[in-house]
Design a protein around this ligand. Structure first.
Ligand SMILES: [Zn+2]
Length: 282
């Protein structure tokens, strides 16, 4: 990955947001990585392949329609009621990255196959700034992956689009599927910036498009929820920095089963409405 060059002509290391020579803001490092010429060129080749494949199967128009839908998709984070309660409590409460929470001692890695290797693949994706990245899911259904929690926090595009990059799939599955050794960089063509998210979706999912595909099929083509953590398939949204409750457009959840949780949920709903966010109870 060549260094980014600041307008002052100094090279800026890939992990830095500010120029080390002049201090100018050089943009979000994850967005810079996704916008690098070799990433853009490699993704364009994949999109061309997607159109060649769907043309041969008489469904290029259906691929176009799928791309149009995905251009209106959003980022969603599924978490537990407790996390939603903490985040919505005040403007001064932040949702921070997994790595930042572990470093701060406010969260411990879970004893599962995913968390054991999580630090390695996150640092392969974002060398030396992985603690800045929040993980979300690209969605057309407005629901997150249930394995991460029963409450879906839908984010406002305005608050995240400029600092978000997209990645093909769960990095753990990606590394497995492509037989990538952890001492090798991630190959180009599997990332996108927010405005080209539909290109990444078309490149990844064209094999699921057929002449019979219609708009009602699009949400399930984009996301496959298989329950547990790390078992589902979706395009990841990687957001630089933290966020607070003002970034929430909507929270979707089922009415909790216990009295204690119902009291919390009632409080959360009231707070969300007071800050102008929508609530949907399923
Ligand atoms: Zn500079």
């Amino acid at each position: 990955m060549p260094n980014f060059i600041c307008q002052c002509t100094s090279p800026v290391p890939a992990n830095r947001k500010d120029c080390p020579a002049c201090g100018r803001d050089c943009g979000f490092p994850n967005v810079r990585l996704a916008a690098a010429p070799e990433e853009v060129a490699a993704l364009e080749i994949r999109v061309a392949d997607a159109y060649a494949s769907t043309a041969a199967r008489n469904c290029s128009a259906q691929l176009d329609e799928f791309g149009n839908s995905v251009s209106h998709s959003h980022a969603v984070i599924a978490r537990s009621l407790k996390v939603v309660d903490d985040l919505t409590h005040s403007d001064r409460n932040y949702y921070t990255s997994y790595q930042a929470q572990v470093q701060a001692g406010s969260r411990d890695p879970e004893d599962n196959n995913w968390d054991k290797v999580r630090t390695q693949y996150e640092s392969a994706l974002y060398p030396n700034f992985q603690e800045k990245i929040i993980f979300a899911c690209l969605t057309l259904s407005e629901e997150g992956m249930s394995g991460y929690g029963g409450f879906s926090i839908l984010l406002k595009d305005e608050m995240i689009g400029h600092r978000a990059s997209l990645f093909e799939e769960n990095p753990h599955s990606f590394i497995d599927r492509h037989n990538i050794l952890m001492n090798k960089p991630i190959p180009p063509g599997y990332r996108a910036v927010w405005d080209t998210k539909s290109d990444l979706a078309k490149a990844k999912l064209h094999h699921k498009i057929s002449p019979n595909t219609t708009i009602v099929d699009h949400p399930k083509i984009l996301q496959t929820d298989n329950g547990g953590t790390g078992d589902s398939d979706f395009i990841e949204v990687h957001i630089y920095g933290s966020l607070n409750r003002q970034a929430i457009s909507k929270v979707i959840g089922r009415k909790p089963k216990t009295n204690e949780d119902r009291i919390i949920w009632r409080r959360v709903k009231k707070t969300l409405v007071s800050i102008g966010a929508e609530v949907v109870e399923l």
